[in-house]
Design a protein around this ligand. Sequence first.
Ligand code: SAH
Length: 211
Amino acid sequence: MRPRTKKHLEERIARCNHIHITDPCSMKGHWRIDGRPLHLEIGCGKGAFICGMAAKHPETDFVAVEIVRNVIVMAMEKAVAAELTNVRFISCDARKLEEIFEPGELSGIFLNFSDPWPKTRQHKRRLTYPSFLKIYENIMGGAGKGEIHQKTDNRDLFDASLEYYRESGWSLRNVTFDLHGDSIETDSAVTEYEQRFMDMGQPIYRAEAFK
Ligand code: SAH
């Protein structure tokens, strides 16, 4: 990246500093506000979903994690433009989540159009891989607490994920292989990727996992 572009990016990020948590580990155990529920999206991309959810659910707090800085900046700018007060952002890798959240601090996790990592040797990087499910279980406070809601356009990732949930002891509900065709009622917001695949007439797969 050229220096001028990088400087521009840092300036844009700085303008969002009230919702950008730059030292998330120092927040461990202190994320919840007045006992309000706290939901996390992992890999928020440009932020249509998390901003849509925050606007729809003012009674809930949201946190979004995204590893790519020039993508998360767009999500933060959306939240600032919409004057949302119930969403915060962390630029980091989902592998670090246990350093950031105390067990039980989160009540829900959203995985939307996560990278499919198709090659066998890459499967462990999938955000639904059993090692990640263990992390999610911990930060949501163990069995019986919290839910994972997943949407994807990728059938291989979806089929594998259903298997990962089952083999890790999670139960499934509201599983659909055509979210919009089935007209399933959810309180969900549409993501950028979802809109793109819907416009192309492709089915969206969705599942809710709980323990
Ligand atoms: N959820 C958005 C973007 C989907 S693309 C949508 O549905 O439109 C997947 C996103 O996840 C990318 O922006 C990618 O940078 C991010 N991502 C992938 N692996 C990640 C990880 N380990 N930690 C945090 N973000 C990750």
